[in-house]
Design a protein around this ligand. Sequence first.
Ligand SMILES: Cc1cc2nc3c(=O)[nH]c(=O)nc-3n(C[C@H](O)[C@H](O)[C@H](O)COP(=O)(O)O)c2cc1C
Length: 372
Amino acid sequence: MQTGSADAALAEALFQPANLGGLSVPTRIAMAPMSRYKCPDGVPHQAVTDYYRRRAENGVGLIITEATYIDHPTAPSYEHVPNFFGQAALAGWDRVREAVQSAGARIFPQLWHTGSFRQSWMGPVQGTPGVGPSENTNAFTNHPEPTKAMTDNDIAEIVSAYAQAAADAQRLGFDGVEIHGAHGYLIDEFFWERTNRRVDRYGGNRRERTRFAIEIIQEIRRRCGSDFPVSFRFSQWKQQDYKVRLGETPAELADVLEPLVDAGVSILHASTRRFWQPEFPELSDLTLSGWAKKLTGLPVIMVGGAGLDRPGLKDAMPASLEVLQKPLARNDFDVLAVGRALLADPEWALKARAGRMGECRPYTKDLLNSLD
Ligand SMILES: Cc1cc2nc3c(=O)[nH]c(=O)nc-3n(C[C@H](O)[C@H](O)[C@H](O)COP(=O)(O)O)c2cc1C
């Protein structure tokens, strides 16, 4: 069989409907959340709407939006990121939702607090310090300012801001929300012993360090009810340290994931850079996504390197889907999220299905300048 037709058969398997915690998704392909920094006023305008619509029209079953800030002065750090609060931004997101759903796809906004990535010189409210579980000299040497340790009041406000964003998403008709609990941002900083040295009820052992995330999930459940889909994105790695892991063993990973499930998460999104790699190779060749499914029984979104020959943010060429074979056969995942391949080519899914993946536009960093 030629590579094109082998890939087409694998891609075809992704064109089956999926069930994500009660939500039917028309294909097993999601667009991975990708910050695009194209919202100078925090509002997604027409170009952003059209960008997501193009993917929804071309075989993507679920759009997970770029990360959006929750409504708290300490949440932002990077500029030109969209908000998920305020009349103008929510009206913009409602137009994006309408465009995506009219094209037949589902859509979740990704909700974000950047934690200690914020520094007090950053806008929009200058002088507002970055916050985290403990006072930390920032992981980045060019960010010498220490993060302020969150008080109980800060925690209550931020928990409430997450839940308000989820309630707004539900009111507007979004199909669910995704909580960004990965990559070393605020929620992940609570998970990590190096950045969470609290001695109160938000610190302690692995399970105890999930309390902040649990309170967010419980408050979302209280305001949105039990049926609203809530995806939780987690990663083993942090931007501050790519080698560190949430769990060195399946039991340690379960110590983090199980409390999230008990609190009411309906979908897990296992963020890796190469989805096919075994997570605990000394035990088996099961992927992180496969482990998340096995340990929790929840539907899982898998991500990392789909359709590309290189991980990381560097330029990458289209590559065979062969690595999908085993995870598909073993049912390691429910939905495959595709990031850079879809950023580069809105027709990636249809071209893959037609055995024409070689015709996909390669991913190059200069594509980040536009919103094609
Ligand atoms: C330009 C860019 C922006 C990203 N922004 C986010 C983000 O806002 N939230 C998030 O959880 N991950 C973000 N990621 C990570 C992607 O969601 C995805 O996990 C990663 O790109 C690996 O998937 P891929 O190999 O299919 O691109 C971003 C990745 C890229 C390339």
